[in-house]
Design a binder for this molecule. Structure first.
Ligand SMILES: CCCCCCCCCC/C=C\CC(=O)SCCNC(=O)CCNC(=O)[C@H](O)C(C)(C)COP(=O)(O)OP(=O)(O)OC[C@H]1O[C@@H](n2cnc3c(N)ncnc32)[C@H](O)[C@@H]1OP(=O)(O)O
Length: 299
């Protein structure tokens, strides 16, 4: 038993080998950590069921769960907390808002800000990915709505994806449609999920796939009616957790560690690339035009 406990605690550190980025601004909410194992801060809600060892994490950044610096920071801190909790074996990631899992990176974080802000934001995006893709827990995405770009990335980081069965909801890495480029580790995550050929085409075209199409080539694993997404995720989790932890936890990094290490080795260069790319006037114009189109859609 002791050996298993050691494995359970040490594997995340081995797999991640990244640094823990703790943003002082959001440390205070941890004081709200309750003995009933429900905790929340502004943008992330966590409900921990001690009887099953499963935590449900809900993103709560209305209206569309844009991945802001604040949400990303709270996400990484929450995940780290669960990761070191020996009672927590599985994580279900979902949205507190109906109809949208996550609209991806909050575009306002990438428009008209300073180079320092872009660097801090990108570091938080990296941190989210390192922690979620490298998690030692079983991770299941309960995709209860649309999931473009960064939202799709989060879902792909999970071990298993269940999506609401509706052609209204779409998922994909649509970066090129915004005039931006998915970085290599987004591409690596998609290749890991659906293979090279589909990734090459999807990334170039910035394709968004309605849920039924996404199921066909394995971008999601299962479609269920919208009101069954959470319960199906819990059932799938029970199945995954029936595998002995130590065996599963040694197996997962065999595939994922080389992918994680690629970013770990060049984190600073990746931040510099992002800052110089996003600061270009032409890129700022593209992003602004995209935001304007999103707003016009309503009128
Ligand atoms: C050489 C290589 C170098 C590498 C450099 C790296 C470059 C950068 C890589 C960046 C990687 C990832 C990028 C992203 O994740 S960008 C985000 C992409 N996301 C999208 O395109 C989604 C856009 N949104 C939608 O499609 C829809 O909003 C929705 C999610 C389908 C929901 O539709 P809805 O009808 O329910 O809501 P809607 O009315 O559209 O939106 C409500 C308000 O929310 C605003 N909004 C929507 N999405 C975002 C967003 N991502 N960020 C910020 N704000 C967003 C929208 O404008 C509405 O606002 P308002 O109410 O009108 O004020």
């Amino acid at each position: 038993m002791a050996a298993l406990a050691v494995l359970r605690r040490s594997a995340p550190a081995r797999l991640l080998s990244g640094t823990l980025c703790v943003h002082s601004r959001v440390l205070a909410p941890w004081r709200q950590y309750q003995s009933n194992r429900h905790f929340s801060n502004d943008k992330i809600l966590v409900e921990m069921d001690e009887s099953t060892g499963v935590a449900v994490m809900k993103m709560k950044n209305p209206p569309v769960n844009g991945l802001s610096l604040e949400l990303l920071t709270e996400f990484s801190i929450s995940l780290e907390k669960l990761e070191i909790d020996r009672g927590c074996r599985g994580l279900i990631l979902t949205s507190a808002s109906p109809k949208v899992f996550s609209a991806g990176l909050d575009i306002t974080e990438m428009c008209g800000k300073s180079a320092e802000h872009y660097a801090a934001f990108w570091k938080a995006v990296q941190e989210m990915w390192l922690k979620l893709f490298g998690s030692n827990m079983v991770t299941i995405a309960a995709i209860n709505g649309s999931s473009p770009a960064g939202g799709c990335l989060m879902a792909m980081c999970c071990d298993y994806r269940i999506m609401a069965d509706s052609p209204k909801y779409a998922i994909g890495l649509n970066e090129t449609q915004l005039g931006i480029v998915a970085p290599f580790w987004f591409k690596d995550t998609m290749t890991h999920t659906v293979g090279s050929r589909v990734t090459e085409q999807s990334l170039q075209l910035g394709q968004m796939y309605p849920a039924p199409a996404a199921l066909k080539f394995g971008l999601v694993d299962q479609l269920v009616p919208e009101d069954k997404v959470q319960i199906t995720a819990a059932a799938a989790m029970a199945q995954w957790l029936s595998v002995p932890d130590h065996a599963r936890q040694i197996t997962k990094p065999m595939i994922r560690k080389p992918i994680v290490d690629r970013l770990v080795k060049q984190r600073e260069a990746d931040i510099d690339n992002f800052v110089s790319f996003i600061s270009k006037e032409s890129i700022q114009k593209s992003l602004q035009a995209y935001m304007d189109r999103l707003k016009q859609k309503k009128q």
